[in-house]
Design a protein around this ligand. Structure first.
Ligand code: MG
Length: 157
């Protein structure tokens, strides 16, 4: 068995879509980034790479490479999932926390779990997404950014 953890943060800005876990969430602000800035999928990618001791997201999808400009993070996750598979591992389970002051994410969590489980080729009861606020404290509390943290467990194929 292999365990991995991932962390990511992206700034919240006007004029960008808010995409979390591959799901478009209606909101006046969205996440800034080179790709679609899906902070949850980015943290998941880092957790998967970490579990396989294969480095981090920046090594494979550098923000200096125009190939990844505006890319759908689901495409990045599919690429990394293939690497994990080729390394001889499958996903046992995923647990994650998204920390955002607004909007309320609870209504979108089932869709996120469904999206992530299909991308990871596991049943939905193996993927968990939790949403927290930052109790109006700090950079998350000031609605300057959204943070995501993910743990994954892998087992041999
Ligand atoms: Mg990121």
């Amino acid at each position: 068995m292999r365990i991995g953890q991932g962390f990511d943060v992206h700034a919240l800005v006007l004029g960008r879509p808010l995409i979390l876990g591959g799901v478009l969430i209606p909101n006046e602000k969205g996440l800034e980034g080179h790709s679609d800035a899906d902070v949850l999928i980015h943290a998941l990618i880092d957790a998967l790479l970490g579990a396989c001791a294969m480095g981090d997201i920046g090594q494979y999808f550098p923000d200096t490479d125009s190939q990844w400009q505006g890319v759908d993070s689901k495409v990045m996750l599919a690429t990394v999932y293939k690497m994990v598979h080729e390394a001889g591992y499958k996903v046992v389970n995923v647990d994650s926390t998204v920390i955002a002051e607004r909007p309320k994410l609870a209504p979108y969590i089932p869709d996120m779990c469904e999206m992530l489980s299909s991308l990871l080729n596991v049943s939905t009861n193996r993927v968990n997404v939790k949403a927290k606020t930052s109790e109006r404290l700090g950079m998350v509390g000031r609605e300057e950014c959204i943070v995501a943290m993910v743990s994954v467990l892998l087992s041999p194929l």
